[in-house]
Design a protein around this ligand. Structure first.
Ligand SMILES: [Zn+2]
Length: 169
């Protein structure tokens, strides 16, 4: 089981106090403790625990980070950092192609319960949505999505190290 699976599973445990036998909530704790930026555990909660209640605080913090990035990198007035923040976080949370439901395949012509061998025409078989935004925004949105994915990976990595160190895995 990788850290994402452990984390998702731990969010389903009914009691947030640790179970003596299974230590199910340890991955939650490890992720929370590994978060220095303040958005990492929100990212994990919204993406892998379906916790929509963190969307608003996450968007506020993320917009702050994107604003600082826009100043540092001199994005220019035509690029609205608020829009870039919103587009990138929404894509990060849900990037699955709706047309094929993340399968990457077209439905079978005669039976829509089955998948055909043809790639989905909307996502070209990637199963992912296109990066959202207007032409002049896409590059910025893509860079911000990369930042979010990197943050998620960093925190996952630190959480694994913490689990291994502290919790006798
Ligand atoms: Zn598709």
């Amino acid at each position: 089981m990788n850290i994402i699976e452990k984390y998702s599973r731990s969010t389903y445990s009914s009691n947030l106090r640790d179970d003596d036998n299974h230590h199910q909530t340890e991955p939650l704790l490890a992720v929370a403790l590994s978060d220095k930026s303040g958005i990492g555990s929100f990212l994990w909660r919204i993406k892998y625990a379906n916790d929509a209640s963190v969307y608003k605080p996450l968007l506020i913090k993320w917009t702050d980070i994107v604003e600082r990035k826009s100043i540092k990198e001199s994005w220019g007035k035509s690029i609205d950092f608020r829009q870039i923040a919103r587009l990138s976080i929404n894509y990060y949370i849900d990037d699955i192609c709706k047309e094929c439901n993340g399968t990457g395949k077209e439905k079978h012509l005669s039976n829509d319960q089955l998948l055909s061998d043809d790639d989905c025409k909307i996502c070209n078989g990637t199963a992912k949505n296109k990066i959202p935004g207007f032409k002049n925004q896409i590059e910025y949105v893509a860079r911000c999505i990369d930042v979010l994915k990197t943050k998620e990976r960093e925190i996952g990595g630190r959480a694994i190290a913490k689990l291994a160190r502290n919790f006798d895995l």
